[in-house]
Write a protein that binds this ligand. Structure first.
Ligand SMILES: Cc1cc2nc3c(=O)[nH]c(=O)nc-3n(C[C@H](O)[C@H](O)[C@H](O)COP(=O)(O)O)c2cc1C
Length: 223
């Protein structure tokens, strides 16, 4: 590529980033790393029962979710399930384009699949801001735990070229479905929310550049 063409491409990229509001500053810093409670590998609700009972529910009690439930949901979404590092949900080329975040009343948590850990930071309540970025859906602002599925299609570009963002969106769907079914198995309710301004949500959450929020999953106990 000629220098002039390269500059034009870089400029177009910069404009696209600014106009979509993608995370441009330095990523948020986490202050603590925690080990999540070991995920349970058996339960009392069958897979068939969970599929049958899953419904999108948008109203929640205000009770906080216990950390073991949050950990279990994250494990279902991206947990390591094999000695070679493969995860609970399929990934194009096993390149793992997703990151999972959880917002509660006073904290943001970033899931670290290796070792089933999370890095956390205390924050003012981010849920109202996410509600505003999700066409003001009250489910987003009122769930005791709000999971953000973020995708970084750039991890797939080298291998899959123009298919990268389709593949990372598909990965997000796999992860979301696992978490929705896990929620049922835990006696919780949830709803997948696609109507979110992903780049702005990523910016608000201080995600590293390249990541965008694809899906929100408000989750809690049924009202
Ligand atoms: C890609 C996608 C995006 C969705 N976005 C929203 C949303 O923004 N808000 C919402 O309340 N529900 C959302 N839903 C949930 C659907 O409304 C719900 O799945 C549908 O009404 C069927 O109901 P059920 O999930 O109970 O089977 C979304 C579902 C999908 C698959």
């Amino acid at each position: 590529m000629k220098r002039r063409e390269l500059l034009a491409v870089l400029a177009a990229g910069a404009i696209a980033q600014v106009s979509t509001g993608e995370a441009l500053g330095s990523p948020a810093k986490y202050t603590k790393e925690i080990e999540l409670p070991k995920p349970k590998l058996s339960g009392t609700v069958s897979l068939e029962d969970a599929i049958q009972r899953r419904r999108s529910v948008r109203r929640f009690r205000s009770d906080a979710l216990p950390v073991d439930s949050i950990g279990q949901l994250l494990w279902a979404g991206q947990g390591i399930t094999s000695p070679d590092g493969k995860r609970a949900t399929p990934s194009a080329g096993a390149l793992y384009a997703l990151e999972l975040y959880v917002m509660t009343a006073n904290e943001v948590m970033h899931y670290l699949p290796h070792g089933h850990r999370a890095e956390t930071r205390e924050t003012p309540d981010m849920r109202p801001q996410m509600q505003a970025l999700a066409v003001n859906q009250t489910s987003v602002g009122t769930a005791p735990a709000l999971i953000a599925v973020a995708a970084d299609p750039g991890r797939l570009t080298q291998r899959y070229g123009a298919r990268a963002s389709v593949y990372s969106d598909i990965e997000a769907g796999h992860a979301a479905q696992n978490m929705l079914l896990q929620a049922v198995a835990l006696g919780l309710v949830a709803v997948p929310v696609g109507a979110v301004d992903g780049p702005k949500a990523a910016h608000a959450l201080g995600l590293p550049s390249g990541q965008s929020v694809v899906y929100l999953i408000p989750v809690g106990f049924a009202a």
